[in-house]
Design a binder for this molecule. Structure first.
Ligand code: UT7
Length: 320
């Protein structure tokens, strides 16, 4: 496995904390202190599929391969306006690809799950060049009268193109049965036979429990994958964590005894963009030239389920 292209896309509309305070009982000081978030970009007149296709096209262009040489598309998505076809089919159509495709939903850990599936496909000889697109619109999942959730999220798409290579050094994904700490329910079409009442339940979150579970799981996952890669924590150059809350990132940095300068973050600009957050950050670092050949990078994510995932990759730019 080797990442040869990255891409990201955001909606145009930027909403600052002060703009939220105009209609919610909240303020910039609370949101900044508790989360580090200063603003987020939110879908208004765009459609998520167009952000996903934009990010995918950037990754393919940087990867320097023909779209018809992509063997598989994996899309990580929690919710979007289509129930069917899958978002990966829509991306397939938008980039004019010619390969199988599938959606996965592992919540905010979706990028790590996608990487593991892609890596396994490569090892099994199923596919060589794989496009992973993480496209998320969590701002459509929350109740915009609920200040405890709606201030936290933003919409985005991030993509990577991978080919064969020796850059995946270790990987693990987990799930623990904690389905009640973070969930949303939606109402389906009624049938003449349905014998229960259904309702839409917007995103519900036990914030403090999610916080503690995320920190503990991330530290454990990182220690595991670093050891499995035959490395020491100090050998890692960059820790790219799911961008949910700056305090979570700071807590993990503290517990691992690693300087915050090794933990790049952009949660202050975009809020929590679910599974898109790590590929978006990876793309920004790639674009700024902050990733050097041979750099050891930890990716670590956590989300509803409660799913988690982490891996160690060695960065090598576009040499095939
Ligand atoms: O992708 C994974 C998804 N989620 C996460 O990673 C979230 C993890 N959890 C967190 O980030 C934090 O728990 C939050 C940022 C969600 C909340 O921070 P907290 O320090 O755990 O605050 P809290 O929930 O204990 O609430 C403290 C107070 C409450 O008021 P009272 O009961 O003390 O009077 C809340 O009602 O803050 C109040 N509050 C707010 N005040 C102003 C909650 N939301 C807001 C708000 N503005 N937006």
């Amino acid at each position: 496995m080797k990442i040869i292209g990255t891409g990201s896309a955001h909606p145009r509309l930027t909403i600052t904390n002060d703009m939220l305070a105009a209609f919610l009982d909240t303020n910039d000081e609370w949101i900044t202190t508790r989360t580090g978030i200063k603003q987020r970009q939110i879908i208004s007149d765009e459609r998520l599929k167009d952000l996903a296709i934009d990010a995918a096209k950037q990754a393919i262009k940087k990867g320097g391969i023909d779209v018809h040489d992509i063997d598989y598309i994996i899309c990580s998505n929690v919710v979007n306006e289509y129930v069917t076809p899958s978002l990966s089919c829509i991306i397939h159509d938008g980039i004019d690809a010619n390969c199988p495709c599938v959606d996965i939903n592992a919540a905010c850990s979706g990028f790590l799950y996608g990487l593991q599936i892609a890596h396994s496909f490569q090892r099994a000889g199923v596919a060589r060049n794989i496009l992973i697109v993480c496209a998320e619109e969590p701002t459509r999942m929350v109740d915009w009268k609920d200040r405890s959730t709606c201030v936290l999220f933003g919409d985005a798409a991030g993509a990577v193109l991978i080919t064969e290579g020796d850059c995946m050094k270790s990987m693990r994904v987990t799930n623990m049965s904690k389905t009640d700490v973070l969930y949303e329910e939606r109402k389906l079409e009624p049938t003449p036979y349905l014998r229960r009442n259904e309702d839409n339940v917007p995103l519900q979150m036990k914030g403090q429990e999610v916080f503690k579970t995320a920190v503990k799981a991330s530290v454990k996952d990182i220690a595991h994958v670093v050891e499995e890669a035959g490395l020491q924590i100090d050998d890692i150059d960059h820790f790219l964590l799911h961008q949910a809350n700056l305090r979570i990132i700071e807590a993990v940095s503290h517990l691992l005894k690693q300087d915050m300068s090794k933990f790049p973050h952009n949660v202050e600009l975009y809020g929590n963009t679910s599974s898109a957050s790590i590929p978006v950050l990876l793309n920004e670092m790639n674009m700024r030239g902050e990733l050097k050949d041979g750099d050891k990078i930890v990716l670590s994510a956590f989300g509803a389920g409660f799913t988690t995932g982490a891996c160690v990759i060695e960065w090598h730019s576009n040499q095939k």
